[in-house]
Design a protein around this ligand. Structure first.
Ligand SMILES: [Ca+2]
Ligand SMILES: [Ca+2]
Length: 395
């Protein structure tokens, strides 16, 4: 037996489907036929958007005359990452705040709606919208479901591949500062990371990266051979990170004027230090330590006439001595801060200057040790400027 079916389609819309059967004697049965309604649903406009972005989506149903209802639904683990608004001005919320679907009569389906990125989706394509035509019974329908996906992106981080983070004291976790020691060659590479991880070509249009060298949307470099302050900013609508790189050159200098230690008071020598950082990086040192970025020395606050104790003080600036021995070292930022904190504490200590055991040369040596530089042993008494002068000339 042969069975033959006919359908006359001119979708979308209403059409006829027919069936007739030829038996073993080649005789056709009567034609049975029924009406099928084909409804075309479209939904478009998904993709990659930023937290805070508002993008238009397009909806349609054709024909819209068969009754039933249209249902727009948010699905997926990250459906709370988007909201759907009636208007660009965000007056009427259709999906969001715990509501995940909205229905319309087909002839009342809006042609456009607006989707807002609320929070990052955990992985790409995890927020989904579907548009379903739910037909009235009893007609047989072909009722497609259309779906679009949204990946909502934010700036997760903007970090260098090296350097030491310093407290920028602005109370803002989206801004960070790093110090990197000057070097003979090389660069610091600063990388912006989107959340979720998406390729550069899929970043939302509003994604921008500025500062440093390069034109990539995810990577910039900073030259390490010259002291400089470089500010790199990554912005994606409402999310933003800013990273400041200080390529610094910090130095310790020790100086000594050998003087003559006998007879006491005839001609006292002097040992002193200089702590410095390049001018671009000066602001990376916290304000209360910056004033010690200069020449400093440990002094008796009255003229010592003989060996013994005198009120002591740190004097900043020109020391009034001509060095007979000098040496300088490039030091790390941490070492610079250690030494500056030591000098500040010494200045505030109220300690006595002692010509024998706590004199200017002792303190110059100790400031050096705080900066990570070993010279002569301050443990011997007296520690003489001539001894330091000799060492500085010999090394
Ligand atoms: Ca900050
Ligand atoms: Ca000593």
């Amino acid at each position: 037996m042969t069975k033959t079916a006919w359908a006359w389609f001119s979708p979308p819309g209403e059409c006829q489907v027919g069936l007739k059967v030829k038996d073993d004697e080649n005789i056709w049965s009567a034609l049975e036929q029924c009406t099928v309604r084909i409804v075309e649903v479209t939904l478009s406009g998904g993709g990659y958007l930023a937290v805070g972005d508002l993008v238009e989506i397009d909806l349609s149903v054709n024909p819209d005359s068969f009754g039933g209802e249209m249902k727009l639904t948010a699905l997926g683990a990250y459906r709370d990452s988007i909201k759907v608004w009636k208007e660009e001005s965000k007056q009427t919320l259709y999906i969001g705040n715990g509501t995940y679907s909205k229905t319309w009569a087909p002839d009342a389906l809006p042609a456009t709606l607006w989707v807002e990125g609320i929070s990052p989706t955990g992985t790409p394509t995890q927020a989904k919208l579907t548009l379903l035509y739910d037909p009235p019974s009893p007609h047989p329908y072909l009722s497609p479901v259309e779906e679009i996906y949204f990946t909502v992106v934010e700036v997760a981080s903007l970090l260098p591949d090296q350097g030491t983070e310093i407290d920028d004291r602005d109370g803002d976790p989206d801004t960070k500062s790093f110090v990197v020691c000057i070097a003979d060659e090389g660069v610091v590479t600063v990388t912006a990371t989107p959340n979720p991880s998406v390729s550069e070509e899929n970043l939302p249009d509003c994604w921008s990266l500025t500062g440093g060298t390069g034109d990539s949307l995810l990577i910039r470099t900073v030259d390490k051979t010259t002291p400089a302050k470089t500010v790199i900013t990554c912005t994606c609508n409402t999310s933003s990170k800013q990273t400041t790189i200080y390529v610094y050159e910090a130095k310790l200098e020790l100086h000594a004027d050998e003087g003559e230690w006998w007879p006491p008071g005839n001609f006292w020598g002097h040992g002193w230090w200089v702590l410095s950082i390049d001018s671009s990086s000066r602001e990376s040192v916290e304000a209360e330590l910056r004033k010690y970025l200069t020449t400093g020395g440990w002094w008796p606050l009255e003229e010592p006439k003989k060996w013994g104790d005198y009120p002591g003080g740190v004097l900043l600036g020109e020391q009034g001595h001509t060095a007979t021995g000098s040496k300088d070292w490039r030091i790390s930022f941490d070492s610079l801060i250690n030494a500056l904190e030591y000098v500040k504490a010494l200045k505030e200590s109220g300690d006595m200057f002692n010509t024998w055991s706590n004199n200017c040369t002792d303190q110059a040596v100790l400031v050096g040790e705080q900066a990570g530089v070993e010279t002569i042993d301050a443990g011997s008494n007296p520690t003489l400027p001539s001894e330091l002068s000799d060492w500085l000339n010999a090394h």
